[in-house]
Design a protein around this ligand. Structure first.
Ligand code: ADP
Ligand code: ASP
Ligand code: MG
Length: 305
């Protein structure tokens, strides 16, 4: 089996979502698909919360933008009226809940960390419903029930042993195609919704891959793999064919946001390779991150800046 993760850059548009469907439907082994919120939604959830918390009515406009983004994507993606209406009802229910929460924040002008975490969970909760409906035979699993965090010094950390056990229970038997919202989790004591930090969907996917002894973890994004620098900043950046776990960890820690740094350790520990692929360019082989890298031409002393 393998675990594949699609970031916001892949699921932020109808074009990207059609690619996601094509990629998943071409896989001939059990697969767990981890998805981020649609592109830009997590930023907007934060912006809306902040505006509401200072009593600025402009929060309503940003909220409406999010409603329109979701509804447009659903309208464009689903031709069958029945499944479209069903999904719109389902998603509208979540968006209405979200509106009630924003109204509450606006009225009392207060935004606690717990409330913000609740708000942030809606991005992935909604995107995972859309992706499940999009892929024939897919079954959705809620990561809040198996990715468990504990609070230490006011920060949330994954309880790795508990999470590993719960992942194994949840995916036994293994579904043919499972869809999981990335990023979100819940507190192991209170059950309150928490999250793994910005970019955390990569980490969700890595925890699942490690717990289930996947043969591969694939991170699908909008560039041709792990590159020598951010290609959106440095035009001449090129794809690195192979990286060791240690090299990749260093580059991530120094700001290569293509992979969220905590992602590497769980799969490194199990010697599971990570492939970084471009959702919009299936021709490109991307990058493989693994233990022993061969002396290929990309094996140079300096891998990236
Ligand atoms: P996703 O939504 O798929 O998680 P991210 O925005 O988190 O996407 O990460 C992909 C982005 O990371 C790329 O679009 C690119 O701009 C940026 N990036 C920064 N450094 C690198 C690097 N060394 N190689 C590839 N991409 C990089
Ligand atoms: N949606 C979250 C974020 O934007 C998590 C992720 O995309 O990995 O940070
Ligand atoms: Mg990311």
């Amino acid at each position: 089996m393998k675990v594949i993760k699609f970031g916001g850059t892949s699921v932020g548009s109808t074009k990207g979502l059609k690619q996601v469907r094509q990629i998943v439907e071409s896989i001939n082994e059990p697969v767990i698909v981890v998805v981020s919120a649609f592109s830009g939604i997590t930023d907007k959830l934060i912006k809306t919360s902040n505006l509401a918390s200072i009593g600025d009515k402009a929060y309503q406009e940003v909220y409406e933008e999010m409603v329109i983004t979701h509804k447009n994507i659903i309208e464009e993606l689903f031709e069958d009226t029945k499944s479209r209406e069903l999904l719109i009802d389902n998603v509208s229910q979540l968006l209405n809940e979200l509106n009630d929460i924003f109204q509450g924040i606006f009225l009392i002008k207060d935004l606690s960390p717990k409330t913000l975490d609740t708000v942030l969970s809606y991005g992935e909760r909604i995107s995972s419903k859309v992706v499940t409906q999009l892929i024939e035979g897919a079954q959705r699993f809620d990561s809040r029930s198996f990715i468990k965090t504990e609070k230490k010094h006011a920060k949330n950390f994954i309880d790795k042993d508990l999470t590993t056990r719960l992942i194994r229970d949840t995916f036994n038997p293994l579904p043919k195609i499972g869809v999981v919202p990335g990023f979100i989790s819940s507190d192991k004591q209170t059950g309150d919704v928490t999250n793994l930090g910005r970019g955390g969907s990569d980490y969700t996917a890595a925890m699942i891959a490690a717990a289930l002894d996947a043969n591969c973890l694939e991170i699908w994004t909008d560039v041709d793999g792990f590159m020598t620098a951010d290609p959106h900043v440095i035009n001449s950046a090129y794809t690195i064919e192979e990286l060791s776990y240690v090299e990749a960890t260093e580059l991530c820690n120094f700001g290569a946001k293509v992979i969220y740094p905590p992602t590497i350790y769980p799969v490194f520990h199990k010697n599971i390779p990570i492939r970084v692929r471009n959702t919009f360019n299936l021709e490109s082989k991307g990058t493989v991150i693994k233990q022993d890298i061969t002396g290929s031409k990309s094996h140079k002393a300096i891998k990236g800046i």
